[in-house]
Design a protein. Structure first.
Ligand code: GRG
Length: 324
């Protein structure tokens, strides 16, 4: 980091992006048993020009907690591998049915559905292989595997996706199970009588699980590698929870306001499908204000780290400004 001024997001991308890409490249050379087409497909999606936010969060969290970014690189690779798998599967005809991702044809468009499903499966399993083999000491590797499994699993990313796919945003489709696991940002119980609050809480619950949990676990892995104490981990969690929600709000806003060329993926699909989103619930201005409030709170949450969290603050600022 430069001593004279705080890094901007583009400084972070310049410093960390090529290191992350090289680390992902090296870990997907894969041995003789891997069919060439499977290797090609998983590398096609993983190495495509994504923003690398989750790996950056893992590295920056390690740095904030006094650790070395080199030590956190396997964790950074693991979260990007899980993220890339989730994008490949999300784009499949059975889910979001998308043709464009990261500015390129989606994996199944380029390689066919069967290879795309298997490329996602391979990335998911490779993530855990990388953590188990490369994180030291073994007790920290085990903690990282458990945390990533929890963040990516049935109660978080997969569960949020399942509710999303099932259309469980609709009031009429909400059942007791859905309501009982609905929580607010502060984690308070939220069985409310107002339909607005129910919709708002349910929307946050789905997005927290589908998108936010992977953002939160990226930070947690960085903290675990740096052997952060429980206070530091709690601060990273608080930052991540708010960043994840703000990230989703800006994703919803981009779906309304961006172009396919800028976003590198199809836009306008939420409205087309009549999906409940932050802009449809709160309107554009209030959604923007809410995202700004969450980012301010996220930055406050890591205030106690001082200058070692400059990178986390720069990344939080970028989430508000991003155009893709
Ligand atoms: C298939 C189990 C399973 C889960 C899918 C990631 C996901 C869950 C769905 C993607 C749908 C989507 C567009 C969600 C909104 C937020 C999100 C995850 C956007 C994509 O992440 P970015 O913007 O993408 O960080 P890049 O390509 O930059 O890495």
């Amino acid at each position: 980091m430069e001593a004279t001024r705080s890094p901007s997001f583009s400084d972070l991308v310049t410093m960390l992006g090529p290191r992350i890409d090289a680390a992902l490249d090296a870990r997907t050379a894969l041995g003789d048993g891997c069919p060439a087409r499977l290797r090609e497909a998983l590398r096609y999606s993983l190495l495509a020009p994504g923003k690398r936010l989750r790996p950056m969060l893992a590295l920056l969290a390690a740095e904030a907690c006094g650790g070395k970014t080199d030590a956190a690189m396997p964790a950074a690779c693991a979260v990007e591998m899980v993220h890339a798998y989730s994008l490949i599967h999300d784009d499949l005809p059975a889910m979001d049915d998308d043709d464009l991702r990261r500015g390129r044809p989606t994996c199944h468009k380029a390689f066919g559905e069967a290879v795309a499903i298997l490329a996602g499966d391979a990335l998911l399993t490779l993530a855990f292989e990388v953590l188990a083999n490369e994180i030291q000491p073994p007790s920290v590797a085990a903690a990282c595997c458990a945390a990533l499994a929890e963040g990516a699993g049935a109660c978080n990313m997969v569960g949020g996706q399942a509710d999303d796919v099932a259309g469980n945003y609709e009031c009429g489709m909400m059942n007791d199970e859905c309501l009982s696991r609905t929580t607010s940002v502060e984690g308070e119980p939220s069985i409310h009588h107002s339909s607005f609050i129910i919709h708002h809480s349910l929307l946050e619950s789905i997005h927290h699980r589908k998108t936010g949990a992977m953002i939160q676990v990226s930070l947690r892995l960085g903290g675990l590698v740096a052997e952060a104490d429980s206070e530091q981990l709690a601060a990273l969690d608080a930052y991540g929870r708010r960043l994840g929600l703000a990230f989703q709000i800006t994703d919803d806003l981009l779906d309304v306001q961006s172009t396919e060329a800028d976003a590198g993926k199809r836009v306008g699909k939420d409205a087309q499908r009549g999906k409940l989103t932050f802009p449809s619930l709160l309107g554009l201005d209030q959604s923007t204000q809410y995202a700004e409030q969450l980012i301010a709170e996220a930055c406050q949450a890591v205030g106690s780290f001082g200058s070692s969290a400059e990178g986390l603050r720069a990344l939080a600022g970028y989430v508000l400004e991003r155009n893709r």
